[in-house]
Design a binder for this molecule. Structure first.
Ligand code: HDE
Length: 699
């Protein structure tokens, strides 16, 4: 007892103010004094104030109470949707002046850089859910322009489930955990989701998109983004042009395969967050080009569908995309909560030169986003949280008070007109709503022009490669197999038959439906003559390089130092990375006696975390690995997930034990000497060896 007290007293003394007036610190500090929120220096942060050494705590311990009080209130409500996300800072650079179509300040000058904050998210999962859930990804960008903040709050899919914001709560309730049981988490493979979808034909086009590989992106860096709605650009003369916004990833698109996604979620639930963080920290800055599809009323008239209907796209082949700038994310956040959690995107945040259309979904969103921020952030002054504050532009108005008011307004009058001064409207340069003509009766109805739900779904399906079509069939089969109510499975198949007979029949067979249901009757006859749009395929638009990707090399003591070095050099030349996976994280001794630290121990670095693998044990090392289940899985999974595999001759026993030695194909490349490294890396540019897929029965 007395020994313990002594120790405490020694610690106490360490925190005492020294004779010179300085505060001594416990190891690890940087000389700054720990204080309460009131700025009072704290002498002891290890022990609360108590009555006697073993007695009760004293209420007067203001440091204890303040610290616990603050901790108790650390959580804010997570976003009702898009709770799980990852944000980063960066800039947008304008390629050329867009004064011909918009007066938006950020688009006026070639080379202009505007600060941005981007947040990517899944939709259905709660904040702590895994990153590679099959789900739409949010793609939200806040531009801090010189004329205020513009938020482009988009997704990685260009269409949406519903046509009217009134249905959003229903959609989300159906997708989230079922209310009685509180599961499943972060997945749509359950009854209520498919019940809603099958009863809501307008969602069928989106259903096709979410069952494609778009919803299991390899990383946030390798996906497209879309503004979804038709917006307006307005020029200095007040002329309006319709616009659809696109983001094209510089590194091309890439997705994982479904079996891999399931395993990644176990191996690294933060896979996407970590990837974005690592890429930025390494200086491999993620980049997207912004593209615009610009058109006028007359152009819009030529379509059977309505450009105000957010379940439709205008194919790029029909209306080419004009690339107008690039977004580069070059800075991770300093604090996740302060920035990524507190960022408040609002679709209503537009700037002069950008305006809304009457898309009913967009109109509804303009209410919802502002409303939700109050709930989440708790104060109408959320715009003053640094990540939300406009920057680089003047800011002044007469709004006052409210919870958590941060700035101190000066002057006598917080109203206008007034006789005391303060800001005034800018009739000429301020935001002016585009004076669109509107008239009509008040009605609750959908226009005829929103009635075709199947033509574009078919066009999407038909525009995929065979591999991708197979994945869509597999995804529907997987999800509907998780649906317990047979009638819902049948109802979905009925819709799929209306979309495309081949698709519906294959899914029905995958589900082993006893009989094929009748195709769902469409409200208007679908078009079957829409031209394929290759831009809708991921595989037809993949990268031509392996840059930004990772090879996991399985190594043991005695790994051939020369071959490994050649592989590393070839990968670095390509802009890709080599990660070492070893029996123990401390590392291995290479053939030349050098010590190589490992990045992962085998069971912490399964092959699902890499884009390609190299199996490079020594003979002795391999003899040990063949008995390790994780090593066999490393190899077998890489093969099953259609990855490019490099292997040393010594690895053959492991390949045999993993069951792939007899099945090796041209994407399995022997690294007999260091000159084989470069051709392997070049082969990796294809990312996956799709012809293997039927062989391994992935589909
Ligand atoms: Fe959202 N959505 N949404 N949404 N949405 C939210 O706002 C809503 C829709 C999107 O990283 C919420 O701050 C309605 C389409 C993203 O913080 C909420 C409707 C698209 C994010 C909300 C939609 C999106 C949200 C929840 C139907 C793509 C995350 C938390 C009309 C174009 C932004 C929040 C971030 C977040 C409402 C449909 C994208 C409740 C009512 C369509 C990327 O306001």
């Amino acid at each position: 007892m007395s020994e313990k007290r002594d120790a405490i007293e020694v610690a106490d003394q360490k925190l005492q103010r020294g004779d010179g007036g300085e505060y001594h610190q416990i190891a690890g500090g940087d000389g700054e004094v720990l204080t309460t929120n009131q700025g009072v220096p704290v002498s002891d942060d290890q022990n609360s104030l108590r009555i006697g050494p073993r007695g009760p705590l004293a209420m007067e311990d203001f440091h204890f109470r303040e610290k616990l009080f603050h901790f108790d209130h650390e959580r804010i409500p997570e976003r009702v949707v898009h709770a799980r996300g990852m944000g980063a800072h960066g800039y947008f650079e304008t390629y050329e002046s867009l004064a011909d179509v918009t007066r938006a300040d950020l688009f006026q000058r070639k080379g202009e850089k505007t600060e941005v904050f981007a947040r990517f998210s899944t939709v259905a999962g709660n904040k702590g859910s895994a990153d590679i859930a099959r789900d739409v990804r949010g793609f939200a960008v806040k531009f801090y322009t010189r004329e205020g903040n513009w938020d482009l709050v988009g997704n990685n899919i260009p269409v949406f489930f519903i046509q009217d914001a009134l249905k959003f709560p229903d959609l989300v309730h159906a997708a989230k955990q079922e209310p009685d049981r509180g599961f499943p988490q972060a997945q749509t493979a359950h009854d209520t989701f498919w019940d809603f979808i099958s009863l809501t034909p307008e969602s069928i086009n989106m259903a096709l998109w979410i069952m494609s590989d778009r919803t299991i992106p390899r990383s946030l860096r390798f996906m497209e983004g879309f503004g979804v709605h038709t917006f307006r650009l307005v020029d200095a003369e007040g002329k309006s042009t319709f616009v659809k916004f696109h983001w094209k990833p510089k590194s091309g698109m890439q997705s994982v395969v479904w079996n891999e996604a399931l395993k990644i979620n176990g191996a690294d639930p933060d896979y996407h967050r970590r990837d974005l963080w690592d890429a930025i920290q390494m200086g491999d800055y993620p980049e997207w080009e912004m593209g615009l599809q610009l058109f006028d009323e007359a152009f819009a008239e030529q379509f059977d569908f309505d450009v105000l209907d957010p379940t439709k796209i205008i194919p790029e082949e029909v209306l080419p995309i004009r690339r107008v700038g690039r977004m580069v994310l070059d800075r991770v956040v300093d604090n996740f909560f302060a920035e990524t959690e507190q960022v408040a995107f609002c679709t209503q945040n537009v700037v002069p030169g950008i305006d809304f259309t009457d898309d009913p979904l967009l109109q509804g969103r303009n209410f919802s986003y502002l409303d939700t921020q109050l709930k989440r952030l708790g104060s109408p002054n959320f715009h003053k949280i640094p990540v939300n504050s406009p920057r680089g532009c003047p800011f002044a108005n007469f709004q006052q008070d409210g919870h958590m008011r941060m700035q101190v307004p000066k002057g006598r009058a917080l109203y206008q007109p007034n006789s005391f001064g303060g800001p005034r409207e800018a009739p000429r340069t301020g935001f002016r709503t585009y004076p669109a003509e509107v008239s009509g009766q008040k009605l609750r109805m959908r226009p005829e022009s929103f009635a075709d739900h199947y033509s574009q779904a078919r066009q999407f399906y038909r525009s995929q490669t065979e591999v991708e079509q197979n994945h869509i069939v597999s995804a529907f089969t997987f999800e509907l197999s998780k649906v317990e109510t047979v009638a819902i499975r049948e109802r979905m198949v009925a819709h799929l038959l209306t979309v495309d007979e081949d698709l519906g029949t294959k899914v029905a067979a995958g589900l082993r439906l006893k009989s094929l249901p009748n195709a769902a009757p469409p409200a208007v006859e679908p078009r079957t003559d829409l031209a394929r749009s290759p831009a809708l395929s991921i595989l037809l638009n993949g990268p031509r390089s392996f840059a930004g990707r990772k090879v996991g090399a399985l190594v043991t003591d005695g790994v051939d130092a020369e071959i490994l070095a050649a592989l590393k050099t070839a990968l670095e030349k390509e802009g890709a990375m080599l990660k070492l996976v070893a029996p123990m994280v401390g590392g291995v001794e290479a053939s030349d006696g050098t010590w190589l630290e490992a990045d992962e121990k085998i069971d912490g670095g399964p092959s699902v975390l890499f884009d390609a693998v190299a199996i490079l044990p020594s003979e002795a090392g391999c003899a040990q690995l063949v008995d390790e289940a994780t090593a066999r899985d490393f190899v077998a999974d890489a093969f099953a997930h259609l990855k490019f595999i490099a292997y040393s001759p010594a690895a053959e026993p492991l390949l045999r034990k993993a069951g792939i030695l007899e099945a090796l194909d041209e994407a399995c490349i022997a690294l007999d000497s260091s000159s084989d490294a470069q051709p392997f890396v070049e082969a990796c540019r294809k990312l996956r060896h799709w012809p293997r897929e039927t062989a391994v029965k992935q589909v």
